[in-house]
Each structure stands twice: as C-alpha cells, then as structure tokens.
Design a protein around this ligand. Structure first.
Ligand code: ADP
Ligand code: ZN
Length: 222
C-alpha cells in the first residue's frame, strides 16, 4: 500500500503519518527528515540539499527523486509506505506514478490536510522536534506539548526548533512554493479518485491525531 500525505507546512502531515505508521505495517518516509539527517551527518547529499533547504527552496528533482526511489526499493518499504513530503510538484508526481507502475503498484490513498491560513504560521512557529534522529517525534507547544518542557516524551532527548521554522522569511517562501507547486497535486489526485481531504483545525476541534485514527480504522476495515 502507498499513501501520500499532502498539505501545507504545519498542517500536521508528519504527525498523522507518524501515528499511522506506528499502528500499521506502513513505514513513514519523510523526505524532509532524510534530508535533515544527511545535513546533520554532513554527507554529500546533505551538504548539497542544504543549499536549497536553508533558504526555503525545494531541493532539485534530480537529487530528490533517486533518493526516494532508493528507499522505495529497499527492504524497509516492502510492507508499504506513507510518503510525507513527496511528491511536491507535478513532475515528481508523474515520476512516482511511473516508478510504481513499473513495480506493479499504485498510489492507493492521498490524504490532503487543510488548515486555515491564520493557524498555519502559528503552528509552524510553535513546532518543536526531537533532536534524536532515530526518534524524530514532533510536538506543538500549544496543541500537543511534551509532558516535560523541552524534553521528548518518547526518548528523553532535547527538543529543538528546526532552522527553517524559526526564519519567517523561509516560512513564507515555503508556503508560497506550496501554493504554486504542490497544491496543484490536489487536483491531480482528485482526478485519479484517490483523494481524501481532511480539515485539521483547533476551531473545529479536529486534530491530526483524530484524522490519523480514522484513517487507520478505514485501512484495517478494508
Ligand atoms: P516543510 O513541509 O515544513 O517544508 P519538510 O520537512 O517536508 O518540511 O521539508 C523540509 C525541506 O526539505 C523543504 O523545505 C524542501 O527544501 C526540502 N524537501 C522536502 N521534500 C522535498 C521534495 N519532495 N522535493 C524537493 N524538496 C524537498
Ligand atoms: Zn525523541
């Protein structure tokens, strides 16, 4: 099974994907996390990718696509994946369809998370992530804070703010790129009949956690 998470920054894609993967056989594949791990370890890929990421730009497809294909073809992905952060533009989506088709697979479900604009910036600024690369848990200081301030509930490591989350200019740039390049994928997948749109908002009291458990239930009922 292949699930894709769509939605602007800060809508909770990582949180929803994380909960689904913890409760199913699917593994979460976050391109942002893979890049950040490589940046931390100062690999060649990381150094190259960071030139784009630090400014809030997309990493070029000729770096991103082969990296994703490598993961899709690896043993960890054999029971299915949730793609979190990929595809991010039409070219990546078309490539993905082709790659999956060659392997006798397809995109089974696209979860499109929407959040009112005014909540988004606030969510990004209050996002904190676990500094332990093996854990990568995500928190929100307002909506789901850690039990102990600054410390990850799951592994006890320090929580940090992502560099691109503390820079308001980079945030605006990322949201703009989302609107221009990623949002058209909503239509692309709607036409394919695999789109499931879910509003996540404190206003309607619907959080990512509930969305995730609704999806898990549907997966298991199938
Ligand atoms: P966010 O959704 O908050 O931007 P991510 O963790 O998904 O955060 O991605 C962080 C950065 O990594 C992005 O701003 C972009 O530069 C890069 N990135 C992640 N996924 C892709 C992708 N599929 N194609 C190109 N660049 C990507
Ligand atoms: Zn942790």
């Amino acid at each position: 099974m292949v699930i894709i998470m769509l939605g602007a920054q800060g809508t909770g894609k990582g949180t929803v994907a994380g909960i689904i993967s913890e409760n199913t056989e699917l593994v979460q594949l976050s391109t942002g996390d893979i890049f950040r791990k490589n940046i931390k370890e100062e690999t060649k890929l990381g150094i190259e990718a960071n030139k784009y990421i630090a400014k809030g730009n997309l990493v070029p497809d000729d770096i991103t696509v082969p990296m994703v294909v490598g993961y899709l073809d690896s043993d960890i992905a054999k029971n299915g994946v949730i793609l979190d952060g990929f595809p991010r533009n039409l070219a990546q989506a078309e490539k993905l369809d082709k790659i999956l088709e060659e392997r006798g697979k397809k995109v089974d479900l696209v979860v499109n998370l929407t959040t009112p604009r005014e909540e988004i910036i606030d969510r990004i600024l209050t996002r904190r992530v676990c500094s332990n690369q093996q854990c990568k848990a995500t928190y929100n200081l307002k909506m789901h804070p850690p039990i102990k301030e600054g410390i990850c509930d799951k592994c006890g490591s320090k929580l940090i703010q992502r560099e691109d989350d503390s820079n308001e200019e980079a945030i605006q740039k990322r949201l703009e790129i989302y609107e221009n390049e990623t949002a058209p994928l909503v239509e692309y997948y709607r036409k394919k009949g695999v789109l499931r749109t879910e509003e996540v908002s404190v206003k309607i009291n619907r959080l990512g956690k509930q969305v995730a458990f609704d999806i898990i239930k549907d997966i298991k009922d199938k």
